[in-house]
Design a binder for this molecule. Sequence first.
Ligand code: GAL
Length: 468
Amino acid sequence: MRMRNKNRKSTTFRCNAGSRYSFSTIIWSVVGCLVLLHIYALVRHKGGTSGDIQSHYSWHPQFRELEEVEDENFQIPPPRGKRSPRAAKRRPRRSTTIIDEFLDESSQIRHFFFPGQKTAIDPLREGGNNSFYYFPGRIWLDTDGNPIQAHGGGILYDERSRMYYWYGEYKDGPTYHAHKKGPARVDIIGVGCYSSKDLWTWKNEGIVLAAEGTNITHDLHISNVLERPKVIYNEKTGKYVMWMHIDDANYTKASVGVAVSDSPVGPFDYLYSKRPHGFDSRDMTVFKDDDGVAYLVYSSEENSELHIGPLNEEYLDVTDVMSRILVGLHREAPALFKHQGTYYMVTSGCTGWAPNEALAHAAGSILGPWETMGNPCIGGNKIFQHTTFFAQSTFVLPLHGYPGFFIFMADRWNRADLRDSRYVWLPLTVAGAADRPLDYNFGFPLWSRVSIFWHRRWRIPSGWTGMK
Ligand code: GAL
């Protein structure tokens, strides 16, 4: 009762000068402010500040085409092989899923996921119509005419040479199982590096960090695992620093490795491996923020959560700061990027080489809290969307000059023949309101939607300066 009276009393306010403001004036001012904030929030969600809205919608018409939804049709072939009626009665055949077909080497629709050599993209010989076009899933040749070997990779834009460098697992060896139940593997060969000015024509710069052939105790001994290498440049030391997942064939070492070089094309000197912050670390990535602070992100606690923490000034080690994020979500293959002050991340589920559903996450502060916004994949069909287009995230590359536009890089793993795994590059945009916005700002969702659009064939619009 008392409280109520107190509130009632405050319906008129006296300012210092002694003039009186009515309650309704104040309410209307507050409403006015809220309306203005709403308009601001709307503008932010249409693509950022008003300037950015302009740039979003004045993107080349081809950019708008990239947001169109393309469908895919395929049918699961009928089951093969005759079974005796008796056997069929005893154990009815489990219905084949499209993922079984994808993983089955002898599937009749294998060419759909892994088109043959005939359809390979060969930038040096690809004249006319197909110039600069990406064909997700097709074999992609380097300037020597060999399939690009840069799996689980990432791209560094080197300001000094004005070149893009694509680093990844060089897997051009036989696939085998180290143990009956172990995952398919290829011995470590090293980290492949490719350079490009246009993000389409790639020159093989060789193996910039090579496996160790003889010393069996070395982290890089061929019998071990080197995955998901990522390179960042340290302005203070002038060094290129590579971080990677280092493991043994059974994935029990669960560590990160660090290597360093004076040149983007190596050779990189391998420094050491460790369990960051004392925790197991499997799929990982590094992200360099605008202020020059770099972060390591890794799946930990048996892949049940991710950890994120800043690197030291030289980028050669982690610091004591670490934050647990997406706890209990069991995510891996993190690919982190930033747009207008907000951090975004795409992750996969944990199903080894088999594809699964991607999720997009967002955070106002890189150390969290991170919130999950849902599946970013659009187009293809339901199965495409639930399997990240039969691929797994590895990196998200900003396209300079086009805020809100990124290239989503993923691996379509060929479990039976890992060297023949394919690249799925697709346009990714950050725009519009998120499907599952958990955080609100004056009633408006705080995060923009991350969308990855399926295209059988697409290209970066020709006006992009990187192409010149
Ligand atoms: C995946 C992981 C890959 C590789 C694979 C091995 O889950 O993302 O990088 O480690 O498992 O099965």
